[in-house]
Design a protein around this ligand. Structure first.
Ligand SMILES: NC(=O)CC(=O)C(=O)O
Length: 287
């Protein structure tokens, strides 16, 4: 069996999303290229949720394309091959059989399509908070929910993928843990209302519950649209410590995922093995 990597260097690309899809994709991928060239040991790059489509139900179908053969996917595949890195392509709106999914695509260093994660928990809230404004939003009118979990490995370390609202479901993260996941990545688009309230706490909770890295990669703030992104992409380690956090603007961070922390946490706080599965259970109903 090949040795597991201790540390994996990751490019976190918090990028703005414009109305011109081609220009947005070109800019985002250009910034990833610059970061990868400046950091040749980076193994993985991660983009935000809906990274080529303004985040709003009125845009989803118009910006949707086929996976894995649409133009954005081709650009992601070519970049992964050029840079010889893995890419979690944030998410894009996927059109399949006339249905639209909020889909994260995963690419390998030869440009190969490794898999897709269709957002399982569609986002719908109606929040009113005096000091933070509010947020009323529903993906249900335009999108179809996914059904499958998605994992892949880099140098013997298992990554799991969810999309944004998926992070609020502790059961999902636990199922990924049961599948051996050591780092959960959620491309995200939290807004200025629920971002400051919940983003960090949700990540810390999922990380400590499962002894794994939890990362969100978010859209950069653009104050003009109705849905104003919070930014603040962040990586939390298995101990619940924030090891990297972006501001609100466009920003590319290089983050070392030191997986020895996963090994240490799980050895020193072995809650996974202490679960009382004689009293309760969680079942993944695989499709
Ligand atoms: N945008 C999302 O899917 C989720 C979100 O902003 C939230 O759960 O809050």
């Amino acid at each position: 069996m090949s040795r597991k990597a201790n540390v994996i260097k990751v490019i976190i690309a918090q990028m703005p999303v414009g109305h011109n899809k081609e220009a947005t994709v070109a800019h985002t991928l250009g910034e990833v290229r610059k970061a990868a060239k400046a950091n040749p040991t980076a193994k993985l790059a991660i983009l935000p949720e809906s990274f080529n489509c303004p985040y709003g139900p009125e845009h989803f179908r118009k910006y949707s394309e086929s996976v894995p053969n649409g133009p954005t996917c081709k650009a992601l595949s070519n970049l992964a091959k050029e840079l010889k890195i893995y890419i979690i392509g944030g998410s894009i709106m996927e059109l399949d059989d006339n249905k639209v999914y909020n889909t994260s695509t995963i690419w390998g260093p030869s440009g190969e399509f490794i898999g897709r994660h269709r957002k399982i928990h569609l986002f719908a809230v109606d929040i009113r908070k005096e000091n933070l404004g509010g947020c009323t939003f529903s993906e249900f009118t335009e999108l179809t929910a996914g059904k499958d979990i998605t994992t892949f490995e880099i140098e013997g370390r298992k990554f799991g993928v969810g999309v944004c609202h998926d992070i609020r479901f502790d059961e999902l993260a636990k199922i990924y843990r049961m599948e051996g996941t050591e780092a959960m990545i959620y491309p995200a688009a939290f807004c200025v209302c629920q971002g400051p309230m919940h983003l960090k706490m949700l990540q810390q909770a999922r990380a400590i519950d499962n002894g794994m890295f939890v990362g969100t990669v978010c859209c950069a703030r653009d104050p003009t649209p109705e849905y104003v992104a919070w930014g603040h992409s962040m990586i939390v380690d298995p101990w619940g410590q924030t090891i990297a956090e972006a501001g609100e603007k466009e920003e590319v961070m290089m983050v070392d995922f030191d997986f020895t922390k996963v090994d240490e946490f799980r050895k020193q706080i072995p809650i996974f093995n202490q679960r009382r599965t004689d009293l309760y259970s969680l079942v993944y109903k695989k499709n």
